[in-house]
Ligand binder design. Structure first.
Ligand SMILES: Cc1ncc(C[n+]2csc(CCOP(=O)(O)OP(=O)(O)O)c2C)c(N)n1
Length: 593
C-alpha cells in the first residue's frame, strides 16, 4: 500500500530489501533526515565509527568477510572526501560496496555552499557507478542500480549522492514498489565463457608437461574454491595464489605453493618462471607478481580466465583468453581435462620447496612469522586474519595458512596503511562467532587507531597484534637494501604507549618481548570476548622480509637470506641454486641428519 514516505525512509527500505543489515556511518547536517529515519529502524544496525575512512574500510571488511555488499554513509564535503581512500581501496581489490553520501540542497549545488564537494566528480575514476539523485522519485532506481552493479560482474564500489532536499521530500511510495535489479540495459557482464576457448584450454592442459595455476581474488568473489581444488587435484597442477587469492585453495593442501611475487615463496616464483603453461584465473598480473614483465614466465603459453575483459592482455600477452565467471568456466573446464601425473615437473617443484623454504632464525628473538604460526595453531586455522600494510603484511601473507575463502582480508592493490583495524571491525560484525585478528604495524595502527573506540563501544573482541619494530619497516627495508642504509624519516620511536592507549579506550593490552610471553598473551587474549585486545610484540628493527624480488627484476632473481654456517651470522644475496644445495648438504652434515 502506498503511503507518504520521505526520501530517507525510502532509502532505508531499499537498503533493507537489498539485504543490508549493517551500515557504517558518521552523521552531518545534510544527513539529518537519514539519521532521523535510522532512529526508528530495528532491522538495520548503524555502526557509528570515529572517522569516515573507518566507515569505508569497515564496509569493505564486512563485504570481504561475508560476501555481501558493504554499505557506508558519510555527510557532504569532508565526510565524503574522507571516504575516498576506502573507496579506492575497495576498487583496486574488486570489493562490492555501496557508498551513500549526503549532498547540499539541489538548488545550492555548484555554488560552493557550506560543506559542498563534488562527490560524484571526485570519485569517478574509483567507482563502477555513481549517481547524483535529483528527485526523490529517482532514488529507488539509483539504489537498485548501485547494488546490482556493485555485486555483479567484477565487483566494486558504487556511489549514490543524495542532496538533503531529496532525502527530506516525501512522496507516495510503497515498499512493494521496490524492484531490485536483475539486469541492466547497458551493463551486461558476461558469465559464461566461450566453449571453444574452454576446450582449447583443456587441450593445452592435457598436452602440457609443466603447467602452473596462478589464482587471484576472482576465485573468492565467484565462490570457485571447490572447482579450483578439483581441477588442481584431478590434473595434478600446483597452485600459486596472489595476496588477494589467499583462501582460493586451502594453503595447507599439498598442491598449494602459497603466494608468489615480490615476497612470495621462492618455489612459487621458480615454478612460474620455468612453467610451460600458466593458467591465470581471476588475477590481474599485478607488477608485484610479474616483476620484469618481458621476462615473466618466458617460456609459457598464457591462458587467462577473467570476468573483466579489460584485464585480458593488459599486462602480459594472452594466448587463450576466456571471459566470464571463474566458477562457471571451471565447472565446464572440468568436463574436458584429463588426469595426468605431472612428473618430473612436480618433483622438481618439491625439490625447490626443500631447497628454498620460508624460514626465520631459530634464535631467542621474537619474529612476526612466529606470531603468525602461533595464531594458526592457537585458533586452529579458524581465525579471520586482517592485515595492515608493510612487512607484517608480507609475513602474514607468507605464513598465515588460509584454509578457506574470506578469512584473509588485506589491502592488496592500493596497499592502504590504516586499513586493518576498521576492516577487522567490519569482519567481526559480519562474523560475531569468529575470532578476528588484526595483524598490524606500529606505523599502520597509528593511521586509524581512533577506531579502537568503535570496537569498544560495540564490544568487539578483535585481537590487534601490533608488530612494533619502532620503524616504518617496509620502507626502512628498501632504504637499507637499495638506498645505502640512509634511513630518512622511517624511525617511529616517537609513538604512543600502546598499553596506555588501549587502556584509555577501554580495551586490554599485553606487551610481549619473548616467544613464551607471546604465546601466553595470545592464549589469554583468545579468552576475552567483550572488548578489543592489543598484543604489542616488540620485534627487532633490522628484520627484513625474504625472499625479495627487487622492483623491476625478473621473479627468478630473488634475494634470499641464509644463515652462514661459518660465521653463524645471517647474510643475504641473490638465490643461487647450486650454492644453496651445497649449503643444505653442509647443514645436514653438521646436524648429523
Ligand atoms: C596510507 C599509506 N601511506 C604510506 C604508505 C607507504 N608504506 C608502505 S609500507 C610502509 C611502512 C609500514 O610501517 P608499519 O605499519 O610500521 O609496518 P612494518 O613495515 O614495520 O611491518 C609505508 C609507509 C602506504 N602503504 N600507505
Amino acid at each position: 500500500m502506498k503511503k507518504l514516505m520521505s526520501g530517507a525512509q525510502i532509502l532505508l527500505e531499499c537498503l533493507h530489501q537489498e539485504g543490508c543489515d549493517v551500515i557504517f556511518g558518521y552523521p552531518g547536517g545534510v544527513l539529518l533526515p537519514i539519521y532521523d529515519a535510522i532512529y526508528d529502524r530495528k532491522d538495520i544496525k548503524h555502526i557509528l565509527v570515529r572517522h569516515e575512512q573507518g566507515a569505508a574500510h569497515a564496509a569493505d571488511g564486512y563485504a570481504r568477510a561475508s560476501g555481501k555488499v558493504g554499505v557506508c554513509l558519510a555527510t557532504s564535503g569532508p565526510g565524503a572526501t574522507n571516504l575516498i581512500t576506502g573507496i579506492a581501496t575497495a576498487n583496486m581489490d574488486s570489493i562490492p560496496m555501496v557508498c551513500i553520501t549526503g549532498q547540499v540542497r539541489t538548488a545550492n549545488i555548484g555554488t560552493d555552499a557550506f560543506q559542498e564537494a563534488d562527490s560524484v566528480g571526485i570519485t569517478l575514476p574509483i567507482v563502477k557507478y555513481s549517481y547524483l539523485v535529483k528527485k526523490t522519485e529517482d532514488l529507488p532506481g539509483a539504489i537498485a542500480e548501485a547494488f546490482y552493479i556493485a555485486r555483479t560482474g567484477r565487483p566494486g564500489p558504487t556511489l549514490v549522492d543524495l542532496p538533503v532536499d531529496v532525502s527530506n521530500t516525501s512522496i507516495e511510495w510503497s515498499p512493494e514498489d521496490y524492484k531490485p535489479s536483475k539486469s541492466h540495459p547497458y551493463y551486461q557482464p558476461q558469465s559464461i565463457g566461450d566453449l571453444k576457448q574452454i576446450k582449447a584450454l583443456a587441450k593445452a592442459i592435457n598436452d602440457s608437461e609443466k603447467p602452473v595455476l596462478y589464482v587471484g581474488g576472482g576465485i573468492i568473489s565467484s565462490g570457485a574454491q571447490e572447482e579450483l581444488t578439483k581441477l588442481s587435484e584431478l590434473t595434478n597442477i600446483y597452485v600459486t595464489n596472489t595476496l588477494m587469492g589467499k583462501g582460493a585453495i586451502d594453503e595447507t593442501h599439498v598442491n598449494s605453493l602459497g603466494m608468489l611475487g615480490m615476497h612470495g615463496s621462492a618455489y612459487a616464483n621458480y615454478a612460474v618462471h620455468h612453467c610451460d603453461l600458466l593458467i591465470g584465473i581471476g588475477a590481474r598480473f599485478d607488477d608485484r607478481v610479474t616483476g620484469k614483465v618481458d621476462q615473466f614466465a618466458p617460456n609459457a603459453f598464457f591462458a587467462h580466465i577473467e570476468i573483466d575483459p579489460a584485464e585480458i592482455g593488459k599486462v602480459v600477452r594472452c594466448d587463450i583468453p576466456i571471459i566470464g565467471d571463474a566458477k562457471v568456466i571451471l565447472t565446464e573446464l572440468l568436463k574436458h581435462v584429463e588426469p595426468k601425473p605431472r612428473l618430473p615437473w612436480n618433483d622438481r617443484i618439491d625439490e625447490w620447496k626443500k631447497e628454498f623454504p620460508l624460514w626465520y632464525p631459530d634464535d631467542e628473538n621474537l619474529y612476526a612469522p612466529f606470531l603468525v604460526e602461533q595464531i594458526n595453531r592457537l585458533t586452529n586455522y579458524e581465525a579471520i586474519m586482517v592485515t595492515d600494510v608493510g612487512q607484517h603484511q608480507m609475513w602474514a601473507g607468507q605464513w598465515f595458512k588460509s584454509k578457506r575463502a574470506r578469512n584473509w582480508l588485506s589491502s592488496g592493490g592500493l596497499g592502504t596503511m590504516g586499513y586493518g583495524l576498521p576492516a577487522a571491525i567490519g569482519a567481526q560484525l559480519a562474523h560475531p562467532e569468529k575470532r578476528v585478528i588484526c595483524f598490524t604495524g606500529d606505523g599502520s595502527i597509528q593511521m586509524n587507531s581512533q577506531e579502537f573506540m568503535t570496537a569498544v563501544v560495540y564490544k568487539l573482541p578483535i585481537i590487534v597484534v601490533i608488530n612494533n619494530n619502532r620503524s616504518l619497516g617496509m620502507v626502512r627495508q628498501w632504504q637499507e637494501l637499495f638506498w645505502n642504509s640512509r634511513f630518512s624519516h622511517t624511525d617511529m620511536q616517537a609513538a604512543p604507549d600502546f598499553m596506555k592507549l588501549i587502556d584509555a579506550y577501554g580495551g586490554i593490552g599485553f606487551r610481549v618481548t619473548t616467544r613464551q610471553e607471546a604465546i601466553e598473551a595470545l592464549t589469554e587474549a583468545l579468552k576475552i570476548t567483550d572488548r578489543p585486545i592489543v598484543v604489542e610484540a616488540i620485534l627487532p628493527t633490522e628484520e627484513k622480509v625474504w625472499p625479495m624480488v627487487p622492483s623491476g627484476q625478473p621473479v627468478d632473481q630473488m634475494m634470499v637470506r641464509r644463515h652462514n654456517l661459518e660465521t653463524e651470522g645471517d647474510e643475504w644475496s641473490f638465490a643461487d641454486e647450486e650454492k644453496e644445495l651445497e649449503r643444505l648438504l653442509k647443514k645436514q652434515k653438521k646436524s648429523g641428519k
